[in-house]
Design a protein around this ligand. Structure first.
Ligand SMILES: Nc1ncnc2c1ncn2[C@@H]1O[C@H](COP(=O)(O)OP(=O)(O)O)[C@@H](O)[C@H]1O
Ligand SMILES: [Mg+2]
Length: 184
């Protein structure tokens, strides 16, 4: 993938397919430690140990009965290639947490991409799912919890045009503030 936000878009689809009702997307950038990490956490159906093993070892499986996807392995390989690491924790009936990190300054690290638009697409397209998003850059951070927004809205749907416009402004402004107002 050319951008980390495209990986996020793809990985969150797995959580949606796993029927998660709450999905956490956490991005943490630390320029002193020189790391960028992404965590996606869901309360979906989780993976069987076999699937969990396969997604972490996609090229050594002898399985031929079902196709093996490459979304997770591609993300993991990208992180490892950039001096980072990948970790998967999944429990059937409980959910899945997946964390990938990159060396921030690695020449091959993909740019984050348009994470504000990515989150907006995910939220607007899945208004029944509670998204908890947090992005930190060194000491600066902000978060958006659509569960809290929905509570404030009462009967107004999260995917109504006014709310989407508001969320778009909120995300764009906060993202740009994280980088000191400099467009990435
Ligand atoms: N968040 C998740 N919750 C439950 N199962 C998951 C999750 N993410 C991945 N999986 C399982 O791992 C498999 C491989 O995922 P992935 O590499 O993204 O490929 P694909 O989505 O094309 O199947 C999925 O088909 C699914 O069975
Ligand atoms: Mg997938």
């Amino acid at each position: 993938m050319k951008e980390i936000s495209l990986h996020i878009l793809d990985l969150v689809q797995n959580s949606i397919r796993a029927e998660a009702t709450r999905i956490g997307v956490y991005i943490s950038e630390d320029t002193l430690k020189d790391t960028l990490s992404v965590t996606i956490e869901d309360n979906g159906c989780g993976m069987t140990p076999e699937v969990a093993h396969t997604v972490q070892n996609p090229f050594v499986t002898s399985r031929t009965t079902r196709r093996v996807g490459l979304g997770v392995p591609l993300f993991a390989a990208g992180c490892e290639h950039c001096d980072g690491s990948f970790n998967l924790n999944s429990e059937q009936g409980k959910g899945t947490t997946l964390t990938g990190s990159y060396r921030h300054s690695h020449i091959d690290r993909p740019p984050l991409g348009d994470i504000a638009d990515t989150m907006l697409i995910l939220i607007g397209g899945n208004p029944a799912i509670r998204f908890c998003y947090r992005h930190s850059v060194n000491a600066q951070e902000y978060e958006l919890d659509t569960g809290q927004v929905q509570q404030l809205l009462g009967e107004v749907p999260l995917d109504s045009p006014e709310v989407i416009a508001f969320l778009q402004d909120f995300l764009k402004n906060n993202e740009s503030e994280l980088y000191g107002g400099i467009e990435q």
